[in-house]
Design a binder for this molecule. Structure first.
Ligand SMILES: [Zn+2]
Length: 499
């Protein structure tokens, strides 16, 4: 705690971990009723030139500036203290903490401390921004304030997730994101396997070969007959049919990725963000040859990836544990890793990573390669668990509303939860309501309806978000406990890998 600040005014309000000093000025956060502020005690020479906006006040004969947590102040803080700005994380274990409410960051940082994982805090897709009515800057600012509040100084990433085009990229890079997840999923040609030979020939020649910087003939010459040992028991040896089908299916995906990477290089030469490629939202699991093909082509085209998200086999449904054959997953994962190793040792990225405890144990036990895990909606569910505990009536209202919106909201998700299977609150004791957050159907119903609850005309009429945020402020210790426990469960299974 800085000297001379121990007056009664700050004693209870000051968040001790937040204290920073620079060139004689001191910065710290205070919590006042339901709000937080950044306090600055400027040095004499800085008094008149401070770049932060706020209200000047005097406490015990000393001058302070009481700064609201605005975008202007967050940007100025990032400028002044580089550890509050996002950095590139690199090819080391990392964990993505999506925070749709913008208030879970401090718990995320406390959870990740000592785990060996590096945090990616501001992780939000364009779809999530639309559904929550937030901007890329809002999300990054929330991360900056969480870093300031906790005093975390080891560096965090910011991931613009599932970006489809130049406009999506602009939004993230202008806000200062350091990692971009490119999602060219809409360019997958899903009918490639069902074409006859003539249709395949035509489709092959119709691919954008100028962008692929090769001719179809040269491609076939290069790839036909390859034989790539992956792991001891597995050699990649695709037949002609498989090669043709894969290049038709993913040719435009590769070309679009290359085009976006060129765009970033050309328009944002100073930024040079980390790039992840995600093909996890496709209809079928990514085969090993498809992964090899995508990676080898991008490598040839000079697109460097920090991570790649294949669609693994088995079910990675939102908010619930992995459903499928874990030993098969492990074998497949090892082979995917072997491919990643050939093309620059990028990380494998696990999307819809919330609550996939079996998968974490499998990866932890493997002790190979680096992994990136993405979680997004699971923190919102912990917020609802807090609400169920602190204000059961409010929780009941949210649950009822979510159930009514489920059929519509589930459409963009691959999930199997059913409203009819959600236990009825009337059949439970009120003290048991938080346990609904352990029931898979209830989790999925609540998980996919976040947009309707947080940002829809009806939710605004009923002030759902405002009421939820107030509950979480009033019960911030309980909320943090739930988050810490929950993410502890996510990070612990990997520990085998770090020892
Ligand atoms: Zn994804």
């Amino acid at each position: 705690m800085p000297e001379n600040l121990t007056s009664g005014y700050f004693n209870s309000a000051m968040i001790a971990d937040s204290c920073l000093s620079d060139m004689g000025s001191q910065f710290f956060m205070i919590r006042e009723a339901t709000e937080r502020f950044m306090m600055i005690a400027p040095s004499d020479q800085e008094k008149d030139s401070i770049l932060f906006e706020g209200e000047e006040l005097e406490v015990d004969g000393k001058n302070y500036i009481k700064c609201p947590l605005t975008h202007h102040n967050a940007a100025a803080l990032r400028e002044r203290f580089p550890h509050t700005a996002p950095v590139k994380i690199g090819k080391v274990n990392s964990f993505g903490f999506g925070d749709r409410l913008g208030n879970a960051g401090t718990a995320h940082l406390k959870a990740v401390r000592g785990s060996g994982f590096r945090p990616v805090l501001a992780q939000q897709s364009v779809r999530e921004l639309q559904r929550t009515g937030r901007t890329a800057s809002d999300v990054l600012d929330a991360a900056t304030w969480a870093v300031f509040e906790t005093g975390y100084s080891e560096g965090f990433g910011a991931d613009g997730d599932h970006l489809k085009n130049e406009q999506d990229i602009d939004g993230m890079l202008e806000a200062g994101y350091t990692m971009l997840t490119l999602d060219p999923g809409e360019y997958v040609q899903g009918d490639a396997a069902s074409m006859n030979r003539d249709e395949q020939k035509k489709a092959l020649f119709d691919l954008p070969w100028d962008l692929l910087e090769e001719t179809p003939e040269a491609f076939l010459r290069r790839v036909n007959g390859i034989r790539i040992p992956l792991v001891a028991e597995w050699i990649l040896e695709p037949g002609e049919e498989e090669i043709l089908t894969a290049i038709i299916k993913y040719g435009k995906v590769i070309a679009h990725t290359k085009m976006l990477a060129d765009y970033i290089r050309r328009d944002y030469p100073a930024v040079d963000p980390e790039l992840e490629l995600s093909v996890d939202e496709t209809d079928h699991p990514t085969t090993l040859f498809e992964h090899w093909l995508i990676a080898s082509q991008l490598n040839r085209l000079g697109v460097e990836l920090v991570s790649l998200a294949p669609r693994f086999s088995g079910e990675f449904e939102k908010g619930v544990d992995f459903r499928g054959d874990l030993s098969r997953f492990t074998e497949e994962y090892k082979s995917h890793l072997a491919i990643a190793r050939i093309f620059g040792d990028y990380k494998l990225s696990i999307h819809s990573g919330s609550d996939k405890f079996g998968v974490y144990r499998a990866i932890g036990a493997l002790d190979q390669g680096a992994v990136h895990v993405k979680t997004a909606g699971t923190s919102y569910l912990e917020a609802l668990r807090t609400a169920a505990h602190a204000d059961p009536d409010f929780f009941a209202e949210i649950l009822e509303f979510s159930k009514s919106r489920f059929d519509l909201d589930r459409k963009t998700y691959h999930i199997s939860g059913r409203v009819e299977e959600v236990p009825l609150l009337t059949e439970l004791n009120e003290t048991e309501w938080p346990s609904l957050l352990n029931q898979d159907d209830a989790r999925q119903v609540l998980h996919v309806t976040y947009g309707s609850v947080l940002h829809s005309p009806e939710s605004e009429n009923r002030s759902f978000k405002k009421r939820l945020m107030n509950i979480l402020i009033d019960h911030h210790e309980l909320y943090e406990d739930y988050l810490l426990r929950h993410f502890g469960k996510h990070l612990k299974p990997f520990e085998q890998q770090q020892e």
